[in-house]
Design a protein around this ligand. Structure first.
Ligand SMILES: NC(=O)c1ccc[n+]([C@@H]2O[C@H](COP(=O)([O-])OP(=O)(O)OC[C@H]3O[C@@H](n4cnc5c(N)ncnc54)[C@H](OP(=O)(O)O)[C@@H]3O)[C@@H](O)[C@H]2O)c1
Length: 399
């Protein structure tokens, strides 16, 4: 039971393995129930890579409990779609080749085509990757939205689909959920989720009362300055729903200047970003940090070779500022979300050409460097977004 997550906040004892024992009780039917063979999702082959623990969700599905956030807000202008998708293509390739197996996307990010290209070119089989997207816009037309997601991401099933925002009428929100349930039973969705429902309790209660298949996942803002203890109590303890954290690095705002985090980072020889993400992991949460920088992407997943002590966990818990620490705290209601009318967007994306090719050997040519200047990685087959020691990047096909 994930109840252990929140109980651990007040307990001083630490388990032998600080990342284990966050599995959920299985209370919900498995995906693909309307099919004889489980449907498209039956090929899924999720394993633990790069030390990332798997968590069993309340439908028995195993999920990597650490992922990449793919939203790049600075490139979301209507005339930036090519650049946005090209950037996300590179982020996804860098992440999958760094050991990430969980990608957090949304139709609202206008980047699903780039993410889909990245998955295809990474050299990692699609069935080994946890792919999330989120439905928004006209929730009453969720079927069209979902069909568009599959087409843009170039997949035939999704591992996790959220309702992105609890905006609009309760009837439309439930209509969207019914489409998700139908696709779940058909084996085209493996897991169902609610995002930002902590900001509209009537919508959360309505889903819990009326859902035939209850949510496995809830996505909320959560980081050391806004630890969201009430929302985590509600989801994890009361309903056995796994919590996933957006803005885990507080969108790179003020966390990094915090002296508590800096002192802990210095003690472990890690960066503040790594300390924040390790805190999430030891709390039983699922962070999805975003980065456009291959070295940051690698740095952020390099958190499975050390452990925060009980005292360090307590001192990070003490810097919580509650709702005052939140970056984005919107009250949703019976209104459409923003101006997102383009909910079945059709913009094209043409991946740019590969710059060079190399054989499947470690030639030392086109290496990836960490921020500390260390060379990493044995090239795998597929397209690589490599980072040179001078900070420039190249796109290389490893044959
Ligand atoms: N459900 C929702 O409503 C919702 C809302 C917001 C976000 N999200 C999800 O949450 C994900 C994460 O949010 P986010 O990316 O906006 O915020 P974030 O993960 O908290 O922070 C990302 C920022 O931190 C920087 N950064 C990351 N790693 C770093 C490192 N090791 N060193 C230095 N800087 C680093 C990034 O810059 P660089 O690019 O330079 O590395 C970027 O500016 C999104 O991508 C999205 O998938 C969901």
């Amino acid at each position: 039971m994930l109840a252990a997550v929140l109980l651990s906040i007040s307990a001083s004892a630490q388990s032998d393995d600080a990342l284990a024992n966050f599995d959920h009780e299985v209370t919900q039917p498995a995906p693909g129930g309307d099919t004889t063979d489980g449907g498209p999702q039956a090929v899924s082959n999720i394993t633990s890579v790069a030390g990332v623990p798997l968590v069993r969700l309340n439908n028995g599905v195993l999920m990597p409990r650490f992922g990449l956030g793919t939203q790049v807000q600075s490139l979301e202008g209507a005339n930036q779609r090519q650049q946005l998708n090209e950037t996300v293509r590179g982020m996804v390739i860098a992440a999958l080749q760094s050991g990430y197996r969980h990608l957090d996307d949304a139709m609202f990010y206008y980047n699903e085509r780039g993410a889909g290209w990245g998955i295809k070119e990474s050299g990692i089989p699609r069935e080994e990757v946890w792919v999330t997207s989120k439905i928004s816009g006209n929730l009453a037309d969720a079927q069209n939205a979902f069909n568009g997601m599959l087409e843009r991401l170039q997949v035939d099933y999704l591992d996790l689909v959220y309702i992105h925002h609890p905006a609009g009428t309760l009837a439309d929100i439930l209509a969207c959920w019914r489409v998700m349930e139908k696709e779940y039973k058909a084996g085209r969705i493996r897991t169902l989720g609610i995002s930002n429902f902590d900001n509209r309790m009537e919508a959360f209660n309505y889903i819990m009362q009326n859902a035939e298949i209850k949510p496995q996942m809830a996505q909320i803002e959560c980081h050391p300055l806004a630890q969201r203890k009430d929302a985590r109590q509600l989801y994890a303890n009361n309903y056995d729903i796994q919590v996933e954290c957006w803005y885990p690095l507080n969108h790179n705002r003020t966390d990094v200047n915090n002296t508590t985090l800096q002192q802990i980072a210095a003690a472990h020889g890690k960066t503040v970003y790594q300390i924040i993400l390790r805190w999430h992991m030891q709390e039983g949460l699922c962070p999805v940090p975003g980065s456009t920088n291959p070295a940051h992407i690698l740095e952020n997943i390099s958190i499975f070779d050390f452990e925060l002590t009980d005292e360090e966990m307590e001192s990070i818990r003490a810097i919580d500022r509650g709702d005052a620490g939140r970056s984005f705290n919107l009250s949703y209601g019976n209104w459409g979300f923003g101006n997102f009318s383009d909910y079945t967007y059709t913009h094209a994306f043409t991946p740019t050409a590969i710059e060079s090719t190399q054989a499947n050997t470690v030639s030392g040519e086109n290496p990836i460097y960490t921020l500390q200047g260390q060379q990493v990685h044995t090239p795998q087959k597929g397209v690589h977004i490599t980072r040179q020691i001078d900070g420039t990047t190249k796109k290389v096909l490893v044959k």
